[in-house]
Design a protein around this ligand. Structure first.
Ligand code: SAH
Ligand code: SF4
Ligand code: F3S
Length: 427
């Protein structure tokens, strides 16, 4: 029996897709390898969002080519967004990649693997992988995809070009997937989509989906979702969150920039004051809710003053955490054609300023928890020491605590005794 091993890059959607691919391969008679060394088929599930993400995978592939000398049946498969974007070209360049499979063609994998090599990259706008239950890899937490693709076309972003148009997974499949995960001990569920707020299946929208999940499935301790687009964050969603016993007190709400002209050129469909009013509405409905964000430094044409507006927004809102990115020019996107690209050195410099500022804010936020009691869903042993456990609070902060193996997969209360800019240390 042939063994496969998947390396996953990029966002949680890819983590979830790798679980889908695992289900497809095991259903077809392949078995998972415990380590890369045992694998006959090595799959790379890739990301194209920034150039750096693509370069990393190319480096990894060249490091694994030596396996082909030892095992002449050893095959390398490219999956995901980079396969979609440039898979055909990479195969033609003879880099050692045998197959490239696009994001809508995973069902076809067993067929294609029967050939000696090749690609399957067509979009299939109706593919939602219905009637297929992914093979969840986590022990205590599960990622559950609820929609695929994106229609927003933010001007910097490659995702709509590599993931295709938005479409929602059938409600019954989502429910079945969550039920099975919970039965297997995964009480922490994260719903995934590029823009979960535009979930629409038959007459069910996203708030309805959340309410139905809470009503219909027993045993969920924590329900998260990513990512929300600020333009689609409705009052209905805010009140659904506020009234829920299981939805986390956290939202990931990418701001991208604090300057209105840049937001316009990014095609984000909101201005800063509208974003701020969403934040206020969330905080009014749920005092203490954690808000995290994504920010881009050095978007084409960004002046020093416009960059300062982003720093000012960070100070005003005080995000619990911000994922800060240096703008990366992606071929085919609108912003890549702007002729006022910012030099690398300035982009780097701005990125560093953002990171430094956020670190200060995060540390202050985390330290404000010292002395308080928090509820932690325990997910694992701590990476640093087997005698400690790690988990997350309801507002999605990583916490380490003392405890025993029997607490894995349960909620415990613990007092915060110290904090870093990323971890609550509990007793
Ligand atoms: N659908 C999600 C995730 C998109 S990718 C969303 O809308 O938030 C995650 C983040 O990567 C984006 O929020 C953005 O901040 C960043 N990103 C996307 N394209 C980028 C680019 N070309 N350069 C730098 N950062 C980028
Ligand atoms: Fe990209 Fe914008 Fe879609 Fe997010 S919403 S995936 S940033 S195009
Ligand atoms: Fe990357 Fe594709 Fe996700 S480009 S961020 S893996 S949707």
């Amino acid at each position: 029996m042939k063994k496969y091993y998947i390396e996953t890059y990029g966002c949680q959607m890819n983590v979830s897709d790798s679980e889908l691919v695992s289900a497809i391969l095991t259903n077809a008679g392949y078995s998972p390898a415990d380590t890369i060394d045992e694998a006959d088929i090595l799959l790379f599930n890739t990301c194209s969002v920034r150039d750096h993400a693509e370069q990393r995978v190319l480096g990894r592939i060249s490091n694994e080519l030596h396996r082909k000398q030892k095992n002449k049946d050893f095959k390398i498969v490219l999956l995901g967004c980079m396969a979609q974007r440039i898979g055909k070209r990479l195969i033609n360049e003879n880099l050692g990649i045998d197959y490239a499979i696009g994001v809508d063609q995973y069902r076809d994998l067993p067929n294609i693997l029967a050939d000696d090599g090749g690609f399957s990259l067509e979009f299939n706008p109706s593919e939602v992988y219905d009637n297929l239950m992914p093979l969840h890899q986590g022990n205590y937490c599960a990622y559950v995809t609820i929609m695929r693709g994106c229609n927003n076309f933010c001007s910097y972003c490659i995702v709509p070009y590599v993931r295709g148009r938005e479409r929602s997974r059938p409600y019954d499949d989502i429910l079945k997937d969550i039920r099975e995960a919970v039965t297997n001990g995964m009480h922490d569920i994260t719903l995934l989509g590029q823009n979960v707020n535009s979930y629409k299946f038959k007459d069910q929208d996203f708030p309805a989906l959340l309410k139905n999940i809470e009503h219909d499935v027993e045993g969920i301790y924590r329900l998260h979702f990513v990512t929300s687009h600020p333009k689609d964050l409705s009052e209905e969603l805010i009140s659904t969150m506020a009234n829920s016993k299981i939805i986390c007190r956290h939202i990931h709400l990418p701001l991208q920039s604090g300057d209105d002209d840049i937001l316009k050129r990014m095609n984000r469909s909101y201005i800063y004051s509208q974003y701020l009013s969403r934040v206020q509405a969330l905080r009014n409905a749920m005092p203490g809710i954690a808000i995290t964000t994504d920010l881009i430094a050095g978007f084409p044409g960004e002046t020093e003053q416009q960059f300062e507006a982003t720093l000012a927004a960070m100070r005003e809102i005080e995000f619990d955490y911000a994922f800060c990115f240096k703008y990366s020019q992606r071929d085919g996107t609108t912003a890549a054609r702007y002729n006022d690209q910012i030099p690398e050195e300035i982009r780097l410099n701005r990125l560093q300023k953002m990171i430094d500022l956020q670190r200060e804010i995060t540390l202050k936020k985390y330290r404000s928890f010292i002395g308080k009691e928090v509820e932690i869903y325990v997910e694992d042993f701590s990476k640093k020491s087997k005698s400690k456990l790690s988990g997350k609070t309801r507002d999605f902060k990583i916490a380490v605590l003392s405890g025993s193996e029997s607490q894995l997969g349960s909620i415990v209360r613990s007092k915060v005794v110290d904090a870093t800019a990323g971890t609550l240390i509990c007793d």
